[in-house]
Design a binder for this molecule. Structure first.
Ligand code: SAH
Length: 189
């Protein structure tokens, strides 16, 4: 996936870049870390939810990993970013195919509630910092399934890997400190 289709500036720098609407495309090393953490749940045919899909870049990468028998829903609460993600993906033939086939879908909504229409998911990626561990999100994980989520803790944010085990037990593992834009209420239209 060519990041130049998704990052308006310095596409090949390992740093976040502004995409408008107070959002950023995350740095490649963060996208890589997210994929690495979720990898065993991104098997061919897996169902994935990408919350705070923004530019759509990670959504596209996730779609490549799960292949044509899998599906990825990207959700963002800013309509122009939903359209931007679709436009970005349409810049490549592969991306266009994934949109046309329904393998990838971008929707508008409050990601703190997940996207119940596509649930349950093998993997959920959250691309903005959550104020708490939202129960709706772990409820939408398969058993087994895994979520990668930055969570605010006072002035700090940490990445958590949340595993739902086969018996339905939820286990949270704290990984490292990060700086993400927050998951917020939608701005007025
Ligand atoms: N993964 C994206 C990150 C974009 S920045 C990328 O790398 O391009 C975080 C995104 O979260 C923004 O696009 C913002 O609009 C979105 N966001 C913030 N709060 C949200 C909410 N409550 N529901 C859905 N999306 C939200």
């Amino acid at each position: 996936m060519d990041r130049a289709h998704y990052a308006p500036t310095q596409a090949y720098e390992d740093s976040p870049q502004p995409i408008g609407h107070r959002a950023t495309i995350s740095a490649p090393h963060m996208h890589a870390s997210a994929c690495e953490s979720l990898l065993e749940y991104l098997y061919p045919g897996a169902r994935v939810l990408d919350i705070g899909s923004g530019s759509g870049y990670l959504t596209a990468v996730l779609a490549n990993l799960v292949g044509p028998s899998g599906s990825v829903v990207g959700i963002d609460h800013i309509q122009p970013l939903v359209i931007m993600a679709e436009t970005n993906m349409s810049k490549s033939e592969d991306g266009k195919k994934m949109l046309d086939s329904g393998q990838v879908k971008f929707v508008k909504g409050d990601g703190r509630k997940g996207w119940v229409d596509g649930a349950p998911y093998d993997a959920i990626h959250v691309g903005a910092a959550a104020a708490e561990h939202h129960k709706e999100l772990s409820d939408q994980l398969k058993a087994p399934g895994r979520m990668f989520v930055p969570v605010e803790e006072g002035y700090m944010q940490h990445i958590y890997v949340v595993d739902k085990k086969e018996d339905g037990t939820v286990v949270k593992k704290k990984l490292y400190g990060v700086q993400y834009v927050p998951l917020t209420d939608a701005p007025p239209d």
